[in-house]
Design a protein around this ligand. Structure first.
Ligand code: ZN
Ligand code: ZN
Length: 461
């Protein structure tokens, strides 16, 4: 018997976790954290739906927290088996998971100080999270490996973030053979640094596919680059600063890389670029360790080995150095976390800089509802930062083309790139509307049997 069940990113985006059962063996695909409203997410994360002692192996598609963020819980509850992932995913996890634990500890302290009663302990701590990489066995792209009897794993490049993979499982349950493909998160064509997504060609009996932007079309990466250059030129000319709220892992490195390329081609003026985030600085070090997954077709990668070190860029680790940037005169670019302006050093930069009409706040990523980033993007005239009302005189702009997720056209091309149409498909990792859009897209490709699984639903395949 081969059975598939869905325990996260089913009917929603976050908490990616699916279970494959083959002849008594249980293989977990991803073990991600639910994100969103604090209480609701907390309850979902704390109530692990499976008996952990029964899991034989875990496969991790990539390091993003909505795919990896419950691994420390798994380990905390005694999981001793292997977690299979690519080498770059392991290295990213070794900095991102302790950071996720640290945030939970800080959150807990903050709420306690505010006098909240009956608080649940943090799900896990930074030190719980540091134990996860001990269980990781790394498997490069395109190297098949039998992970439990009857299940052979192959990763292909998903082109989404450094080390991200699509997963192919060749399953043999007492002569009953199935090829199961899990897309992971699918990236975009032409994203900086990493290669384009490579759909694992061949007949899939079962396809599990993400749907994040199945009903959207993004601007192209080339358009995004042109907009970035134009913004820098305009703001430098008027003597302002550019504040870029950015995720520390992935987006920050893409920005450094893009600005490096633009500066090298003299498409932007010489101005200092500060990367003000300890996590981003650490993540940049991980990128430097993994040139094997870079896109050799890109000119900058062919021309230099030092993608992230050039004359204009400065990495800021200490809090004092970060605060010193407040006194900076003249044009500059400051890249700081968090990406949605909910926490982190970007807050003190914006408190200091939002009042100056020469400055620009440049969004390069998705801003969820109810975040400070979203309020700024929607044109708020004043915002509250650290309890203080700050007038917004700076320009606010958005570049959409750096999304790490394939849009509708790219998802369709990826699915078609599998070659023969899959016999059966499941759409995951999206809100209801996107899941239905992805299901529709697959039916257009003549996939006859498409399901949108609910949380906890299970299918014999
Ligand atoms: Zn992702
Ligand atoms: Zn995801």
């Amino acid at each position: 018997m081969i059975r598939l069940s869905f325990w996260g990113a089913a009917g929603e985006v976050t908490g990616s976790m699916h279970l494959l059962e083959v002849g008594g063996k249980r293989v977990l695909l991803d073990c991600g954290l639910f994100q969103g409203r604090r209480e609701e997410a907390r309850t979902k994360n704390a109530n692990f739906p499976l008996d952990l002692g029964d899991v034989d192996a875990v496969i991790l598609s990539h390091a993003h927290i909505d795919h990896s963020g419950r691994l420390p819980l798994l380990v905390k509850h005694g999981y001793q088996g292997t977690i299979f992932c690519t080498p770059a995913t392991r290295d990213l996890c070794s900095i991102m998971l302790p950071d996720a634990g640290f945030i939970q500890e800080k959150d807990f302290e903050f709420l306690k100080k505010r006098g909240h009663d009956g608080l649940a302990e943090p799900l896990y701590t930074s030190s719980d999270a540091t134990r996860v990489p001990d269980l990781m066995v790394t498997v490069p792209y395109e190297r098949p490996l039998e992970i439990v009897p009857g299940v052979k794993l192959t990763f292909t490049d998903a082109g989404h973030i450094l080390g991200s993979a699509s997963v192919v499982l060749e399953v043999d349950a007492a002569g009953r053979k199935r090829r199961v493909v899990f897309s992971g998160d699918i990236g975009r064509t032409g994203l900086p640094i990493i290669r384009d997504p490579k759909p694992p060609a061949g007949e899939a009996d079962v396809l599990i596919i993400e749907s994040t932007y199945a009903n959207r079309t993004h601007e192209s990466v080339a358009e995004a680059q042109a907009l970035l250059a134009k913004s820098v030129v305009t703001v430098a000319r008027r003597g302002g600063k550019i504040f870029i709220p950015s995720f520390a892992v992935g987006r920050a490195q893409e920005l450094i890389y893009e600005l490096h390329g633009l500066a090298r081609d003299a498409k932007i003026p010489e101005l200092p670029i500060y990367v003000d985030s300890p996590l981003a600085v650490n993540a940049t070090d991980v990128f430097r360790l993994h040139p094997e997954v870079f896109d050799r077709g890109e000119r900058l990668i062919r021309e230099t080995d030092e993608l992230f070190r050039f004359r204009l860029v400065k990495y800021v680790r200490s809090v004092d150095e970060s605060k010193a940037l407040n006194g900076l005169r003249g044009p500059a670019i400051i890249i700081a976390a968090s990406g949605m302006v909910e926490s982190g050093r970007i807050l003190h930069h914006l408190r200091n800089g939002l009042g100056d009409h020469r400055n620009l706040v440049l969004f390069v990523g998705f801003q969820a509802s109810y975040t400070l980033g979203h309020r700024l993007q929607s044109g708020a005239r004043e915002v509250r930062i650290f309890g203080e009302l700050v007038p917004v005189r700076a320009e606010v702009a958005t570049i959409g083309g750096y999304s790490a997720h394939a849009d509708r056209g790219e998802l369709g091309r990826w699915a078609a790139g599998l070659g023969p149409r899959p016999r059966r498909a499941f759409t995951v990792h999206g809100e209801a509307e996107q899941l239905e859009a992805m299901a529709g897209l697959l039916r257009e490709l003549d996939v006859r049997d498409v399901d949108v699984p609910r949380f906890g639903q299970s299918f014999e395949v």
